[in-house]
Design a protein around this ligand. Structure first.
Ligand SMILES: Nc1ncnc2c1ncn2[C@@H]1O[C@H](COP(=O)(O)OP(=O)(O)OP(=O)(O)O)[C@@H](O)[C@H]1O
Ligand SMILES: O=C(O)[C@H](O)COP(=O)(O)O
Length: 408
């Protein structure tokens, strides 16, 4: 697997006749009341791996949301959706490792696909543990008894050091699934010989992650430019001492990112000529979109999009870049009056020779626009993609490497 050559994949191991524990990430936007999955992109992306296991018994382990959230649900609807997409039955077991699950799996046939209950219903899965600690949990000791081999295809969860991600590779021979391989290979290309200039477009609301990525890619020469949009741009505008208005400052405070302004200021002092921050924005004034220079913003109006003049330097930069990494929308795109910047940036980014997208919201807009096939790679990862792009070795990857050495 490229720079991760220590990790084994499906082409290295024959899984025929084996019982495979397959970790996927089916965590998706759902309507919890109606039990309806609103976006099945992650299901579609995992299909290749699941289909490749037709000569094995496949036991699917996944999570949906986390404890305390409204969409922390059982996986009955997930099994149904997978069955529709796969074109064959998927047996849902409302159990994770109890005797019913153990017996059911033992009796199942080669070619069967079985989905276990939301693994985060087990409290241990919600702990942040090392591989060694995870291996000692009741969850991992019991799951391990149910399979011969572990396949991790859950790139979306690769940044979590949780038992099924880092513990199963401690106790079973573990390999990467096809989606995991594709994600790692495509995202690694950003670090390895991507055509230059390379521009990272960082938007949306996950400001701390975006600032971390900006610093890392500029410091390490991975990117030539960073274009800040969305709430990330508002932080940089505030760092440049523009008065961005009370509602935009309140949002930053509400999200807990006030401290990021100082960090953005220090990055600007080092890389001022490498960071593009559009200064012409769209605000909401008396309920309507009004465009203006950021220095003229009324104190009580929120910045919700790029202005059309602000878009010009963005398009110039994107069009002169051969590689574009896009993570996070440029505005409140859910409201049609403020979707302009996001749509125009996506259209321009899609033209780049090498184009990579991270983030669930961003991927969903691209799919809605029918632009998915125009991008080189659209990651299924939100946090995982962004952490990968900061250059960190993700826990899932480290665990697969270790497992390959141990079970060589
Ligand atoms: N100026 C703005 N003011 C308020 N909200 C904004 C602004 N710009 C972008 N957003 C919001 O950012 C949100 C998406 O940000 P986020 O960082 O979560 O994107 P993502 O990384 O693509 O998605 P995900 O978190 O699902 O992986 C959207 O709901 C959008 O409305
Ligand atoms: O959607 C995601 O980012 C993954 O499924 C991980 O979910 P988490 O942020 O709840 O750990």
């Amino acid at each position: 697997m490229g720079i991760y050559s220590k990790i084994k994949g499906l082409s290295d191991v024959d899984v025929s006749g084996k019982t495979v524990l397959l970790r996927v990430d089916f965590n998706s936007p759902i309507d919890p009341q109606a039990g309806v999955i609103l976006d099945d992109k992650r299901f579609r992306e995992h299909l290749y791996t699941i289909k490749a296991l037709d000569k094995a018994k496949t036991v699917i382990i996944t999570h949906q949301s986390r404890p305390g959230k409204k969409d922390f649900t059982s996986l009955y609807a997930h099994a149904q959706r997978l069955s529709e997409l796969l074109g064959k039955p998927v047996r849902f077991i409302d159990d994770i490792f109890g005797s019913y699950a153990q017996e059911f799996i033992k009796k199942a046939n080669i070619g069967d696909v079985i989905m276990l209950e939301n693994v985060r219903f087990n409290a241990e899965e919600n702990l942040k543990l090392s591989g060694e600690e995870s291996a000692k949990t009741v969850l991992i000791r019991n799951l391990a008894r149910m399979g011969d081999i572990f396949i991790n295809d859950a790139f979306g969860t690769a940044h979590r050091s949780q038992p099924t991600i880092v513990g199963l590779p401690e106790v079973l021979p573990a390999i990467a699934g096809l989606l995991m391989e594709r994600e790692v290979e495509n995202l690694s290309r950003v670090f390895q010989g991507a055509p230059r200039p390379v521009t990272f477009i960082l938007g949306g609301t996950k400001v701390d992650d975006s600032i971390d990525v900006a610093r890392h890619v500029l410091l390490n020469g991975i990117a030539d430019y960073v274009l800040a949009v969305g709430v990330v741009a508002n932080i940089f505008l505030a760092a440049k001492d523009f008065d961005i208005g009370k509602p935009s400052m309140d949002l930053i405070e509400q999200l807990g990112y006030t401290g990021q302004i100082e960090i953005a200021r220090s990055i600007l002092s080092q890389f001022n000529d490498k960071i593009v921050v559009p200064e012409h924005v769209a605000i909401k004034k008396d309920g309507v979109r009004v465009e203006m220079h950021v220095r003229d913003i009324p104190a009580d109006c929120p910045i919700l999009d790029l202005g059309s003049e602000g878009l010009i330097p963005c398009l110039d930069l994107i069009r002169s870049s051969r590689t574009v990494v896009l993570n996070g929308p440029a505005g409140l795109f859910e409201e049609s009056d403020y979707s302009f910047g996001t749509y125009e940036i996506i259209k321009a980014a899609a033209e780049a020779e090498f184009s990579v997208v991270g983030g669930g919201h961003t991927a969903a807009v691209i799919e809605k626009m029918g632009y998915d096939s125009r991008f080189t790679h659209i990651s299924t990862g939100g946090g995982a993609c962004i952490e990968f792009l900061t250059g960190k070795k993700l826990p899932a990857i480290a665990a697969l490497e270790k497992s390959s050495e141990r079970f060589a």
